[in-house]
Ligand binder design. Structure first.
Ligand code: ARG
Length: 467
């Protein structure tokens, strides 16, 4: 650790022309991580207390020194929590900031804490603990978002809306069914979160620099004390692995992509042209020049945050891809990506949960739109198959002619007179009108996972039992 005060040095004569300060200051600036890794203070202290306790239990340090260390660390914890801790960039990172303060507080006993440990396994531990907590928080937030969708789905199990493919009206569906599609998506995200917690649930401490240690440590004891399932099994992998951070970012990116699709739908649905939903004032803003406007800013920002999260995933994958085993300082760049993505993801989930709960659903607009665009054409074709015994391909052709006729007359399929329909196919009877309404259309789609209200209610019950 460079102790010289570099600000008094002049810059290097050969290459330092553009630098105001000397090379040591530049080194300090590029090397220091305290600006962001101070976030890990609680994890660092927890890890150190578990490590010191184990060292004493194994007879590697005295019980007296352990007590001093633990007491000192707890003092530091309250100093940091109450904002009475002075972080120093000269001390590089959170680990050395805490250790230096410990030495000031308890004297030489502080020097025994780092026995059988390196900053390499220390940072791997602190960061894993942080990511684990963040994953647990994400799991809870996703549960909240799923609950919001379940409530809206229940309320709108019968509300008809147009279903889209290519953003063109396809077939009528229920709004409840559409909400349940998001329940499936966020349910998958949540199970990815749970798997990631299982994957990272191994304790790195005790891997030391990379090769393990000659001290008779007990890694199972520290693993248990820190709430991990077991210790990691390979000390080299332990200090060079950042899969847990990459997995967090990958999950954040996939979840972000889902949130962004939802945000996009809300942006579209809340336009005056669609008018399917009205956002609450809490999640929209007015325009400074156009008084009539209500802009879906929160949804737009959620859509944008996804880009940022994707960037973090690609950044960390790129940071890691060329690193030889084991630790390299490149890995210090892992934290900002994860911290930034975590903050964006939390905000995005919270904003979407609020929007889903608060938005007013305009069922009349949805129903009107559901009936336009010949959305029950498939129902006509299916009727011809079922009632008139036509092969589906022929029924499709007959229906196409009926759609063309309705289009040329400027009316809906249900508004075509029976004579017109019979001119297209003589077996059509007035019974056909029963299937041409949107309600009949959705009620008929009772296949497992289909849009019929009875099916949607089954899906809701399934998820309620799991949420
Ligand atoms: N601040 C460092 C990081 O975040 C801690 C580990 C330093 N290890 C080392 N061998 N220099 O990666």
């Amino acid at each position: 650790m460079a102790e010289s005060n570099t600000d008094t040095k002049s810059s290097n004569q050969m290459w330092g022309g553009r630098f105001a300060s000397g090379p040591d200051a530049i080194m300090e600036e590029i090397n220091a991580s305290i600006g962001f890794d101070k976030k890990l203070f609680a994890q660092d202290i927890r890890g150190s207390i578990a490590h010191a306790t184990m060292l004493a239990h194994q007879g590697i340090i005295s019980a007296e020194d352990k007590d001093k260390i633990v007491h000192g660390l707890n003092t530091i914890l309250s100093e940091i929590e109450s904002g009475n801790f002075e972080f120093s960039r000269r001390l590089e990172d959170i680990h050395m900031n805490i250790e230096a303060r410990l030495a000031t507080l308890i004297g030489p006993a502080a020097g025994r804490l780092h026995t059988a440990r390196s900053r390499n396994d220390q940072v791997a531990l602190d960061f894993r603990l942080w990511v684990k907590e963040e994953l647990e928080k994400t799991e809870k937030m996703l549960t909240g978002l799923i609950a919001a969708f379940l409530d809206r789905a229940e309320e709108h199990a019968e509300s008809v809306m147009p279903g889209f493919t290519h953003l063109q009206t396809a077939q009528p569906v229920t709004f409840g069914h559409h909400c349940m599609a998001y329940v499936e998506m966020f349910g998958r995200d949540r199970s990815r979160v749970r798997h990631a917690i299982e994957h990272l649930d191994e304790s790195p401490i005790g891997a030391a620099a990379l090769a393990g240690t000659g001290y008779p440590i007990d890694r199972h004891m520290t693993a248990k004390a820190l709430g991990f399932r077991e210790p990691t099994r390979n000390s080299i992998d332990t200090v060079s692995d950042r899969d847990f951070a990459i997995e967090f970012l990958a999950i954040a990116a996939i979840t972000g992509m889902h949130l962004s699709r939802l945000a996009e739908e809300i942006v579209i649905w809340s336009t005056p042209q669609f008018g399917f939903v009205r956002l609450s004032d809490a999640f929209s803003t007015g325009s400074s020049i156009m008084p009539q406007k209500k802009n879906p800013d929160a949804a737009e920002l959620v859509r944008a945050k996804t880009g940022r999260i994707n960037g973090s995933l690609i950044a960390l994958l790129t940071i890691m891809k060329g690193l030889p085993l084991a630790y390299s300082k490149d890995m210090q760049e892992d934290k900002e990506q994860v911290f930034d993505a975590a903050e964006s993801l939390e905000l995005a989930i919270a904003a979407m949960t609020g929007m889903v709960r608060d938005m007013t659903v305009n069922t009349a607009r949805m129903k009107a739109a559901a009936g336009s665009g010949f959305s029950t054409a498939t129902d006509l074709a299916d009727w011809l198959v079922r009632e008139a015994g036509l092969p589906f391909r022929d029924a499709h052709h007959v229906t196409g002619r009926a759609v063309a006729l309705a289009e040329s007359k400027g009316c809906d399929l249900a508004e075509l007179p029976l004579a017109d329909l019979q001119a297209i196919h003589p077996d059509i009877t007035d019974k056909v009108y029963d299937v041409l309404t949107v309600e009949a259309s959705v009620a008929s789609r009772k296949s497992f996972g289909g849009t019929a209200p009875s099916e949607v209610r089954k899906q809701i019950a399934f998820w309620r039992a799991r949420n």
